[in-house]
Design a protein around this ligand. Structure first.
Ligand SMILES: *[C@@H]1O[C@H](CO)[C@@H](O)[C@H](O)[C@H]1NC(C)=O
Ligand SMILES: *[C@@H]1O[C@H](CO)[C@@H](O)[C@H](O)[C@H]1NC(C)=O
Ligand SMILES: *[C@@H]1O[C@H](CO)[C@@H](O)[C@H](O)[C@H]1NC(C)=O
Ligand SMILES: *[C@@H]1O[C@H](CO)[C@@H](O)[C@H](O)[C@H]1NC(C)=O
Ligand SMILES: *[C@@H]1O[C@H](CO)[C@@H](O)[C@H](O)[C@H]1NC(C)=O
Length: 276
């Protein structure tokens, strides 16, 4: 067992990262408090402080505690093309997703639109809105045989090999996020594509297969249409989707224009339920 960096270096890195995180939070908090004071909105201030102190303790744990250790063991000292998704099982055990019943939002080929929506409307939660997802979204990392370090350059890309560090991470956390889905779940799919449901996407190949009818009541497809509609809810690919769903999970599909979605997310009074 010599897979640990020397304790001194670990501690130093922890300290540096934590101090950086704290400084960043203080800056963000300062700006937000300024805004809150100007608006004189106490509830906003309280929510903000609650959320950020919870995040602060999570960030500390991620960098220095058991979550970091569980994350790192998945890929450190390994060939970055030989990291199967199971390597992240200990991470999922250390940082399980809290089910957010009726609020969980999935997506495929609609990343920007869906995140713009969930950022403005606080009623849905995507994987990238969870702490683990938001910390790692857009990042690249990997290990190397014979080294105890984490690298962020020279790592294989998403399609260079099947079992690469980053792809296996997203596959594994997507499976866990879908497994936690309960009540009514929603997925935003892209109506500008000829085949809006693809069995090869993460949604089609991982998430749909992990929905559990013991917890999940229904899947609501929101098919986002743009000026040029290519497909609609009658598209045959949705038959494939329904076949994949665990028996007992109800299925719905609704076409919603991107313009309507934007209108809804920019009108604070509109309840999320009536966006489609
Ligand atoms: C990737 O890992 C899985 C286990 O998760 C394994 O079944 C599969 O054969 C691996 N694929 C490649 C190309 O090594
Ligand atoms: C659907 O996919 C097309 C082509 O990839 C893209 O240009 C468009 O922005 C996507 N639509 C949405 C709503 O994300
Ligand atoms: C859906 O699109 C097909 C063409 O792809 C069209 O024939 C059909 O009428 C459309 N259905 C609805 C309900 O708009
Ligand atoms: C609908 O789905 C089928 C198969 O899933 C696909 O081949 C077809 O091109 C799709 N799109 C339209 C616009 O008909
Ligand atoms: C596209 O779809 C939307 C929603 O289903 C509909 O309101 C609109 O009329 C359609 N536009 C075209 C050009 O078919």
């Amino acid at each position: 067992m010599e897979s640990r960096p020397p304790p001194k270096r670990r501690t130093k890195r922890c300290l540096v990262l934590t101090v950086a995180a704290v400084l960043l939070l203080i800056v963000v908090l300062g700006v937000a408090l300024g805004v809150a004071l100007k608006r004189n909105s106490e509830p906003f201030k309280k929510t903000f402080i609650d959320r950020y102190s919870a995040e602060l303790s999570m960030i500390f744990q991620i960098h220095c505690g058991k979550i970091w250790t569980a994350f790192e063991q998945a890929y450190v000292r390994k060939d970055p093309c030989k990291v199967p998704m199971e390597a992240y099982d200990p991470l999922m055990a250390a940082a399980p997703f809290k089910p957010a019943c009726n609020r969980m939002m999935f997506w495929s080929k609609t990343k920007e639109v869906v995140h713009d929506f969930t950022a403005k409307k606080d009623c849905f939660l995507t994987l990238e809105d969870t702490l683990l997802g938001s910390v790692l979204d857009g990042l690249t990392w990997c290990g190397k045989e014979g080294s105890s370090d984490t690298f962020t350059a020279g790592c294989p890309g998403w399609t260079d090999c099947d079992n690469n560090t980053v792809r296996s991470f997203w596959n594994r956390v997507s499976a866990a996020f879908a497994d936690a889905a309960c009540g009514d779940a929603t997925v935003m799919l892209n109506g500008s594509l000829a085949t809006p449901f693809s069995p090869y996407s993460i949604f089609g190949s991982i998430e749909v297969k992990n929905f559990n009818s013991q917890r999940m009541k229904s899947l609501n497809v929101v098919l986002i249409t743009q000026e040029k509609n290519v497909s609609n809810c009658s598209n045959a690919s949705f038959k494939d989707l329904q076949k994949e769903l665990d028996g007992g999970i109800k299925y719905n599909c609704k076409e919603v224009s991107e313009a309507q979605l934007q209108w809804c997310s920019s009108s604070p009074e509109t309840p999320c339920g009536s966006c489609w």
